[in-house]
Write a protein that binds this ligand. Structure first.
Ligand code: AVJ
Length: 325
């Protein structure tokens, strides 16, 4: 964010029409305290996430890329001719490139991301690398309904939602998201979704508690971002990264735990913390192949095919009205 904008925000608090401010304040006055994980990805957070994807303990990115590379022709063979590929959360097109390389008739690519920082830059490089593909970047929060560009109105659509980002939703929210996506992508739509699998809890624990501490930095950067953008005074030394696997609910939980009793000023409000009190910053739900297919069926999609390496899964779903593919 531009320095002038930061200064203006500091001078004039309570800009409640800004969703970031409103969500942060609401999350910190709630009991228990929580913050939405979509706000992890400012410039610093995106760079930290990129480091996470390269950690030895963090298998999901490597697994998913391996699955996509090994099965790209099979996945692309399910695409309708001359389709538009719509990626939810397409901050970097690294994974979409694998599909674009294998699907020769894709006419348009629409990356949708809450942060515009990388979108435009990445779009320019994509246009050079795939001259046959029209690129229409959309800066939108895909957890809320949004409109697709008019330019792709006449094309059949393929949704792409990699990274197991679907695991950030509560299962009932994932259902709502899948239904919205079905309406938006239309009757002939295919949906390719990456989903992390339930597995040995030690492997899951280590993936979110890396030895180098990058995941801790990524989690704490949320407080640093709130300090930077909302002029808050979180003491980053007085909060700790806590991540654990909740076996009963099949999810990794990330929290920031206050190491002591303290008060924090945020946008004109004072937030009290008890010693040990946490801010719940992320859920990362894990599914079995069956449990995800059941969720998809209950959300208006028919499972068509699934590819897995035993750690991660990539599902192809088809919008229910077109089962005769
Ligand atoms: C991008 C949501 C899939 O849950 O594994 C990585 C984010 N958080 N390490 C995940 C994340 C901590 C990631 N997703």
């Amino acid at each position: 964010m531009a320095r002038a904008v930061q200064a203006a925000r500091r001078a004039a608090p309570a800009a409640t029409n800004d969703p970031f401010t409103a969500d942060v304040v609401a999350g910190l006055v709630a009991k228990p305290k929580s913050l939405p994980p979509k706000y992890f990805y400012d410039l610093a957070g995106s760079a930290l996430f990129d480091r996470i994807t390269q950690l030895p303990e963090y298998y999901p990115t490597r697994s998913e890329i391996g699955i996509l590379q090994a099965n790209a022709p099979a996945i692309a063979s399910l695409f309708p001719q001359n389709c538009a590929l719509v990626e939810f959360g397409g901050g970097t097109s690294r994974k979409a490139r694998i599909l674009l390389g294998a699907a020769a008739t894709v006419e348009a690519y629409v990356p949708v991301d809450i942060s515009g920082d990388f979108l435009q830059q990445d779009a320019a490089q994509l246009r050079r690398d795939f001259p046959r593909v029209e690129v229409y970047p959309l800066v939108e929060d895909f957890t809320k309904p949004f409109a697709l560009p008019a330019a792709i109105a006449a094309l059949p659509r393929v949704g792409f939602f990699p990274g197991s980002t679907v695991g950030n939703f509560e299962p009932h929210e994932a259902c709502k998201f899948l239904r919205h996506a079905g309406t938006m992508l239309g009757d002939a739509a295919l949906f390719v979704i990456g989903v992390d699998l339930v597995k040995d809890s030690k492997i899951l624990y280590d993936a979110y508690n890396d030895a180098e501490g990058v995941t801790a930095k990524f989690n704490l950067n949320l407080l640093a971002r709130i300090n930077r953008e909302l002029g808050a005074n979180f003491n980053l030394g007085a909060f700790e990264h806590h991540a654990f696997y909740n076996t009963a609910r099949n999810r990794i939980e990330m929290h920031l735990a206050s190491t002591r009793r303290q008060k924090v000023r945020v946008n004109g409000a004072t937030v009290d913390f008890r010693a040990g009190e946490t801010i719940h910053t992320e859920n990362s739900y894990k599914y079995t192949i069956d449990s995800f297919q059941a969720l998809a069926r209950g959300s208006g999609w028919t499972p068509l095919k699934v590819w897995t390496d035993g750690l991660f899964s990539v599902h192809a779903l088809v919008n229910k009205t077109t089962e005769d593919r």
